[in-house]
Design a protein around this ligand. Structure first.
Ligand code: SAH
Length: 254
């Protein structure tokens, strides 16, 4: 087969955060497949075919892209951030695992991108400086009991936790429930970072103590970083956002 399928990470939204390698994959594609707003981020080019779809049907989109590639197209299937983080890459491999055996001989590549968690962390300092983990709070693809048990274990182990998909109109209560789980083990002053639309013109970053976070200030474009008990704030002059960091060092400095 001469077709090619590249799963491309577009980064958090600012074109300066797109890797040169991802950019090359987009420039050499004959077909772009993805969720409408991400497809729109790819510059127009003569002969480039665009296949925008809605956000719900990742597996169908993956099969569609595999089918195009199997017919010889050079397909770029795009995701925001990194395609391997709660995004298209896993859907593509799931489709291959369960689909047409011919798809196994396709050349499938993954181009990494800067994931929301890393872009958000960079805005506030170094909150992920110690051990951390990432979770999707969405219970569309897994039961809430698993989400809750995993979050409880993560905060009990004192990881910094990045929460993707914290809230949506169809999932209005999950973030509130998650914050209650955090409060079971963490004090009211635990730093929480709410980073919205990082890298886009409407970016908004807030750093609040756990006790002051209300779920309603997050939306679908927000990533929430829950500090560990060791995460610290460095206060700065009036009007300046504090720095947030998690030290790597445990114990007393000599
Ligand atoms: N593949 C993406 C994540 C997809 S899940 C990545 O690697 O970033 C979608 C969730 O990612 C959103 O609900 C939000 O929590 C987070 N997200 C994506 N882009 C973001 C951005 N620019 N700023 C803040 N959060 C973002």
């Amino acid at each position: 087969m001469t077709g090619l399928l590249t799963v491309v990470g577009l980064g958090p939204g600012n074109p300066r955060y797109l890797t040169p390698s991802a950019s090359e994959a987009l420039a050499s594609a004959t077909d772009i497949v993805g969720y409408g707003p991400y497809v729109d981020l790819v510059p127009e080019r003569l002969g480039l075919r665009r296949h925008a779809s809605d956000n719900r049907v990742e597996l169908d989109r993956a099969r569609f892209a595999l089918d195009l590639a199997a017919k010889g197209a050079h397909v770029a299937i795009v995701s925001g951030g990194d395609p391997g983080v709660f995004a298209m890459a896993a859907a593509v491999f799931e489709a291959v695992d369960n689909g047409d055996p011919a798809w196994r001989s396709l050349d499938i590549r993954v181009e990494p991108g800067i994931t929301a968690m890393l872009a958000a962390a960079a805005r506030v300092g170094a909150p992920l400086g110690g051990d951390f983990c990432a979770m999707s709070l969405s219970d569309n693809l897994k039961p809430w009991e698993i989400v809750a048990a995993r979050l409880r274990a993560a905060v009990a182990a004192d990881f910094v936790v990045a929460l993707y998909n914290p809230i949506s109109s169809a999932r209005p209560w999950q973030l509130g429930a998650a914050l209650e789980i955090v409060a079971e083990t963490h004090g009211p002053d635990t730093p929480i970072v709410l980073a919205r639309a990082v890298g886009r013109p409407d970016e908004r970053i807030r750093i609040l103590p756990l006790a002051e976070v209300e779920a309603s200030i997050a939306d679908m474009s927000t990533i929430v970083i829950i500090g560990a008990t060791t995460t610290r704030l460095i206060e700065r002059p009036e009007g300046e956002q504090p720095y947030v960091y998690t030290p790597r060092f445990y114990g007393e400095r000599p």
